[in-house]
Ligand binder design. Structure first.
Ligand code: ATP
Length: 824
């Protein structure tokens, strides 16, 4: 056995090999040490003949999925080597084969995947400063590719996707190895973020010739023109290499992938990783939780597919007005038609994860319960289409037609498979009566034999006159007749004694054994036949994978929009008017997340005007300097504007009384720095890097949100940098910007530049407290409340007095604007 194990392990040197021995999956040698460390399991050892003592760690065979999930989550590849024949019938060593290879990016099993998010496998090809990126979710079939010419964009795109595994073609000697998050290799290009798992692959499948041929074959086309990537060499190379990997690891279960789609990152609103983090789109900054994120606040979807789609939309908002309006129209129809919205939500709740169920059917991993769940869901689709039959908005109209072949397929599944089938596929009990005459005939024979055995006890008691006679069954002898030892002298002549126990004797009869043998063979045949009928049905579903998935995507989109409509109604959102220009006008806007965490009516709405032509000065600024005391609501206001803009660009209604929003090409944020200990950078350096990135990439079409710049250094350095940055943004770039700051001196900019305005968050000052009004109003705060806050916090009176004196002096001598004017 060890020899066979070593032969298998040789084939998969970079994966953990789980090897079935009896009721356990065992790991040996170094794998055992790793598994025991990672899963906190006991490491034991056994004498292994010539090799001496062998370290081993095992997990119960029925729980392999649970343990494997943990290992894969930690970034390991796992190979399952299972017994493929019955140990009891095996002659010599039980035959074992690799039945499944699991890597973080190639999971299909339901329990291993998070319902609410995609599980992406990505592949990158880098050539000098150019890159190609392909990604697929093999559980849902999505398959996309793109390319670009700035490595920073590749990093950002990977951060958006958060792939579970990234394939990188290299010349590394340890091809096939999987680097876990944080592990490095000299063969890994620098621009790849260390947070992901990287699979080092050979270059060949990623070469233009091989990759292109692979794609042509897979999609049965003669040119890649129709897929949109004929001339995108790097995109083709990445996609072809990715496809080869999927086929290589999923030999047993050919994956039904959707047709490759080519996209361009600049077709979407660019939200860099920093901004996504600062705006807390999918998780909070403080503790990384989902609760408190924008996704948490917006998600009212009813299906897992809808939940995943909403996440994708939020991470990839649109730049195309038509696309946004189509989504808005659908939300509007659902907002206005409450009965339709409610019925739709009710119905959607009954639809399971069709995308993934179809994937499992197509790859041959679905069980009978999966097929029933799929049929249940598909059979809801005609109801759904009837419900939206009068709808006029685009995403509801997309549901109006359900191909009859799908309805028939669902009926067939229901007709064939019993209502609550067992999990196991080879133990029978799957297929209904009346489906297959051969099956029914064999079932009838088995049943009659079983009935004969069931009657045997009564018959034999009558025949022998022994009232305590019993018929029993055990694994060693099969059926037997049991008689107490006291009565054993009364047994008939055809009884053959098999076993003697303390108080009883066990017998068989030739007829009993004959019936038993017939039952056992017939049952095996029956189970096999049921399995074959099931597999044929599963394949039939797999053949319709594309059609089911197209509909699933339409259901997912409708679900997202129905959820957004529900939210709009419940939270009082408005439909923003999307403009082609640069104007941003938000009347009485609210922060979508903070609003939901406060009691109703507590959130103070605030308006915003940016980039408007021909308006009063306060309402036409490109750059707003926002001042106000600590904790007055500056950061909240700043984020609110970013979130409203982003929500509008996914097509959602927004938390405001009304809004007119010109599209943004990018949203940038710089919000309160945290020391980046991992890279050893100081707070100030992180802040400066981020600011540099903004100044180098923002355009007049961008939205820039800056919260405190220049705080991590000496006051005058900080103030000077903040001033120069604000000026550059307003004069050179003309990006729409909100600049929150404690440097009141920046208010002087508004007097010098016509496209700069001052806003402040107001407070009410009482003798012994400051009341936060959270109201944003035109005008610069004329005083800072830092010293006041210090007083309220209990700093000694002398310190407060002295601080006031020092401030008085500083203010007297600080005339930045006048000074700068004199310089010119
Ligand atoms: N418009 C609002 N209505 C109601 N409460 C608000 C509003 N804006 C902010 N708040 C509350 O005030 C708290 C402080 O807000 P925020 O963090 O935005 O202040 P800040 O001015 O940025 O403070 P600092 O200058 O210290 O960073 C928030 O936690 C929020 O609960």
């Amino acid at each position: 056995m060890y020899q066979h194990y070593v032969e298998m392990k040789d084939k998969y040197p970079h994966a953990l090999l789980l090897y079935r021995v009896g009721d356990f999956f065992e790991t040996f040698f170094q794998d055992a040490v790793t598994v025991s460390r990672e899963l906190e399991l006991v490491l034991t050892s056994k004498h292994g003949g010539e090799v001496g003592r062998v370290a081993m760690t095992g997990v119960p065979h029925h729980a392999w999925e649970r343990y494997t999930t943990l290992l894969v989550e930690k970034g390991y590849a796992v190979v399952i080597c299972d017994q493929v024949e019955d140990a009891a019938e095996a002659v010599g060593l039980v035959r074992r084969e690799v039945t499944r290879i699991l890597t973080p990016g190639t999971l299909l099993e339901e329990g291993m995947l998070k319902a609410s998010r995609n599980n992406y496998l990505a592949a990158v090809v880098i050539a000098a400063n150019h890159w190609g990126l392909a990604y697929a979710d093999i559980s849902t079939g999505e398959f996309l590719t793109t390319q670009g010419s700035d490595l920073e964009h590749l990093t950002q795109e990977l951060m958006r996707l958060q792939p579970s595994e990234v394939l990188v073609p290299t010349n590394a000697p340890d091809l096939g190895s999987l680097l876990r998050p944080g592990e490095t290799s000299p063969h890994l290009p620098q621009c790849l973020p260390p947070a992901f798992c990287y699979s080092l692959r050979s270059q060949l499948p990623f070469s233009q010739g091989e990759a292109r041929t692979k794609l042509l074959q897979k999609f049965k086309v003669r040119s890649l023109e129709g897929l949109g990537c004929e001339h995108l060499t790097l995109a083709v190379r990445a996609a072809g290499g990715l496809l080869e990997y999927i086929e290589d690891t999923q030999k047993e279960n050919p994956i039904p992938l959707q047709t490759l789609r080519t996209y361009t990152i600049t077709d979407y609103l660019i939200v860099d990783h920093q901004t996504r983090r600062n705006l807390e789109i999918t998780q909070t900054v403080r503790d990384g939780t989902f609760h408190g994120s924008l996704l948490w606040a917006l998600d009212r979807t009813s299906t897992a597919m809808g939940g995943r789609a909403l996440r994708r939309w939020l991470l990839q908002p649109l730049l195309d007005v038509k696309g946004i309006k189509a989504r808005q129209d659908t939300i509007q129809e659902l907002v206005e038609n409450t009965p339709l919205r409610q019925d739709l939500r009710q119905l959607l709740r009954q639809i399971y994860d069709l995308e993934r169920l179809t994937g499992r059917a197509g790859s041959g991993t679905a069980n009978a319960r999966d097929l029933v769940a799929l049929a249940d869901s598909v059979s809801r689709l005609p109801e759904l289409s009837r419900l939206v039959s009068d709808a006029y908005s685009p995403f509801l109209k997309a549901l109006q037609k359900v191909p009859s072949v799908l309805e028939e397929l669902a009926q067939k599944i229901h007709h064939h498979i019993v209502e609550s089938p067992p999990i196991h596929l080879k133990e029978g009990g799957l297929i209904r009566a009346g489906i297959n005459p051969q099956l029914d005939e064999r079932k009838a024979t088995v049943e009659s034999d079983q009935q004969w055995i069931a009657n045997l006890e009564v018959d034999e008691r009558a025949k022998t006159g022994i009232p305590t006679l019993k018929v029993g069954f055990n694994k060693t002898f099969g059926y037997y007749i049991s008689i107490s030892r006291a009565k054993s002298d009364q047994v008939p002549g055809n009884y053959i004694r098999k076993q003697t126990l303390t108080n009883e004797e066990r017998y068989i009869t030739p007829e009993l054994k004959e019936r038993e043998a017939r039952i056992l063979t017939a049952r095996d045949d029956l189970n096999q036949l049921e399995y074959e009928i099931f597999v044929a049905l599963r394949e039939e579903v797999g053949q319709q994978a594309e059609m089911i998935r197209n509909l699933s995507r339409a259901v997912a989109a409708a679900d997202v929009l129905c959820g957004l409509a529900e939210l709009a109604v419940k939270q009082g959102y408005c439909r923003p008017e999307i403009l082609a220009g640069r104007e941003i006008e938000i009347i009485n806007g609210r922060h979508p997340v903070v609003e939901q965490s406060l009691p109703a009516g507590f959130f103070v709405p605030n308006s915003t005007w940016l980039g408007k032509e021909e308006q009063t000065h306060d309402q036409s600024a490109d750059l707003v300097i926002l001042t106000g005391p600590n904790a007055s609501g500056k950061s909240c206001y700043l984020r609110q504007v970013g979130l409203i803009q982003l929500m509008a660009q996914i097509g959602s209604f927004v938390p405001a009384h009304s809004a007119k929003l010109g599209l943004c090409d990018r949203i940038f944020t710089r919000v309160g720095a945290v020391d980046d200990l991992a890279t050893g950078q100081s707070t100030f350096m992180v802040e400066m890097n981020e600011t540099a990135n903004i100044l180098n990439h923002a355009t007049a079409q961008s939205l820039v949100l800056l919260d405190e710049i220049g705080r991590g250094t000496a006051t005058f350095d900080g103030l000077s940098i903040a001033w120069a940055v604000a000026e550059y943004l307003a004069v050179e770039i003309k990006a729409r910007t909100i600049f929150a700051t404690h440097y009141h001196e920046l208010n002087e900019l508004a007097g010098m530049l016509s496209n700069v305005a001052n806003y402040q968050v107001t407070v009410k000052e009482l003798p012994d407290q400051i009341i936060f009004l959270h109201q944003v109003q035109p005008g610069g705060a004329d005083k800072s409340y830092g010293i006041e806050a210090g007083r309220l916090a209990g700093l000694p009176t002398v310190v407060i007095q002295r601080a006031k004196q020092v401030m008085g002096q500083i203010e007297k001598h600080s005339k930045i604007a006048i000074g700068l004017k004199n310089l010119e």
